[in-house]
Design a protein around this ligand. Structure first.
Ligand code: 13P
Ligand code: SF4
Length: 347
């Protein structure tokens, strides 16, 4: 978004907040947030830092201090070419780790040490080694929502924005696709593959098959078809967008599915009376702040507790104290980088 405020002026930021986020951020908080934002923006210059902000960041952080916003793929590309000495990653740990893997000479900071991810937590490097031993020669495609040691066991990474493209680029009709069960099921459907799981009793692996894993996003797994039915009963004209981490029946019942940035672009480029976004709720707030005429319906009971760890206060502390620095052992980093580089080559 083109910034229409002076990022070094509390008054200018307060006036922007009054116009754009008055209904999203309580007015009593505007001045305190504006003061924090001014100090963060000043510290960025002092530290030679860039702030990368995921689309799920809360509106003040997303609009007032992030230099670049985007989905995992866009932020990964940006991190790879960042020329600043310090990268502050306002997102979750696997994202900051990815930035360190691909741009190791930079100091990469994450403002909270508690910003994990249920998907990244769902699989270990030992699990991947066991899968490779059980299905020898089958390439491993790993969702970027994983930690470095898992990426190091991977042939090629993917994100929600390029998963089908990555699979199509492989010279193999069998793929170990981990760890998100629902993303795997959604991409398998899109690419005409059958899916099996190591624990479902199937022996061997036939042609045109994904070997999946039972990882789930603790936010997106909570959406159900009934949610769509309920909203459509009240708003029959609602266009429904679902992130591909949602269960396949939810994606099938939706009008559009794509990465967080693809969902934002869809809302910006179309003209529906109502939109329902089946994803972390902060993203709808960010879209509304930028596009006040759009009517976004919210299902805000499902929030990502990990993304919510990242606050303006902690972002300022990250710059002041150069905390929390993300590091990856060199041997793992080099192997993990190869799987990310392959993904970036594919697109
Ligand atoms: P995107 O890559 O689509 O932004 O997704 C990241 C994520 O963690 C979604 O829950
Ligand atoms: Fe992980 Fe889900 Fe949170 Fe995204 S929304 S960071 S996939 S737990």
């Amino acid at each position: 978004m083109k910034k229409t405020f002076d990022s070094g002026s509390v008054e200018s930021i307060c006036s922007w907040m009054g116009e754009h986020v008055a209904h999203l951020v309580p007015e009593i908080e505007h001045r305190a947030k504006a003061e924090l934002a001014v100090e963060i923006n000043r510290m960025k210059g002092e530290r030679d830092a860039i702030i990368l902000g995921h689309n799920y960041m809360e509106p003040a952080l997303y609009h007032l201090v992030a230099d670049v916003t985007g989905d995992s793929l866009e932020l990964c590309r940006k991190a790879a070419v960042a020329s600043q000495q310090v990268i502050v990653f306002c997102g979750v740990e696997f994202m900051a780790e990815t930035a360190k893997i691909i741009n190791p000479s930079r100091t990469v900071l994450i403002p909270s040490e508690k910003a994990g991810c249920s998907l990244a937590q769902s699989i270990t490097a030992d699990d991947v080694r066991a899968l490779k031993a059980r299905y020898p020669g089958v390439p491993v495609v790993t969702y970027i929502n994983t930690y470095a040691d898992v990426k190091a066991e991977t042939d090629v990474c993917c994100t929600s924005g390029n998963a089908a493209k990555v699979v199509a680029a492989l010279d193999s009709d069998r793929v170990i696709f981990i760890p998100d069960e629902y993303l795997a099921r959604n991409v398998a459907r899109e690419t005409g593959k059958t899916i099996i799981f190591p624990d479902d009793g199937s022996n061997g692996c036939g042609p045109n098959t994904f070997i999946g894993w039972h990882g789930k996003c603790e936010v997106h797994e909570l959406f159900g078809v009934q949610d769509i039915t309920d909203v459509r009963r009240q708003f029959p004209d609602a266009v429904v967008l679902a992130h591909p981490e949602c269960p396949p029946e939810v994606v099938e019942a939706s009008d559009f599915s794509g990465s967080t940035s693809a969902m934002i672009a869809y809302v910006q480029e179309t003209d529906a009376p109502h939109y329902l976004l089946l994803t972390e709720c902060a993203m709808a707030d960010n879209i509304v702040a930028e596009n006040p005429a759009k009517e976004l319906l919210r299902m805000c009971s499902h929030r990502c507790p990990h993304m919510a760890q990242i606050t303006l206060e902690d972002t300022l502390a990250a710059l002041q104290n150069l905390q929390y620095e993300v590091d990856v052992p060199e041997e793992i980093r080099i192997k993990a980088k190869a799987s990310i580089d392959r993904m970036l080559e594919i697109g």
